[in-house]
Design a binder for this molecule. Sequence first.
Ligand code: SF4
Length: 310
Amino acid sequence: MAVGIPQALGYHYYNPLWTTFFRDLGIEVVMSGQTDRKKLDRGINIAPGETCLPLKCYLGHALALAGKTERILVPRLVCLRTKPAIRLGCPKMIGLPDMIRALIPDASIVTVNIDLRQQSEEASYAALARELGFPARRARQAYAHGVDVARARQNERIALARASVESNGRLKIGMLGHAYLLYDDFLNLGLLKKTRATGATVINCREIEAGDIDDGPGDIHPLSWYFENHVLSAARRFCTDERISGIVYLCSFGCGAASITAEVIESEIGRGHPVHMLKVVLDEHTGETGIATRIESFVDMLNLRREREL
Ligand code: SF4
């Protein structure tokens, strides 16, 4: 049996858990590959009008796998934390399997349904394995191994990011946004690479130990969405770290959650944290040249400010 994994949306948060889990069960894994023009255009062609860019991208990845594997993994991310408060996936992540069934009826999908109000994540993966014909004991082992591999990967990233923050000399820019934008060079139009090309050090918000926003003093109002809370928590860390000179906030046109997150971050910055923020809103019409110009201007401005302060 082969299972396809679209390299978009949740993939950027959950892998290598997924690939390890399936391979440990003895299932062949077929990846959709990096995002490219063809995938994105195919996704755009079938997406409803109000769809955000990452979801259009996901549709393109799912189309690339349709008919190539027996099943395609399409997660349903409903409730991702219950304590100290319930934190949800955005409505599009909750409805993703239904959307794929409606828009790509040829795709045979299998779902991992993460709703921590109902059952643990481990139990959700056991249910996924059961649907594929594997017993719970093997599923638990495969899940535990997947979690270990994913944690080790994340710890490596965090160690590298920590070394970058602590290094001397270069301008440091905190990069905020969802993992599926930050790690997809095609979708973000090479924004992270372009920022590094200016000589600045980029600190990816997925690679800092952001802590838990609900455990803080509470002057940011936590949002109901799990991934938005991570962005907010990271924004707070960037805003209060004097080694970070500026923040680039990458978000998607048509993302209701991000539009609220941006407001909260801006009000936090407005409450006295001396950090400049460049907000970049992406859609399929965003031009690469315009992005490069904005990044270069932002870095120039931060460098001038830094020179004045030295
Ligand atoms: S959080 Fe925003 S960008 Fe992400 S899938 Fe939901 S609507 Fe799209």
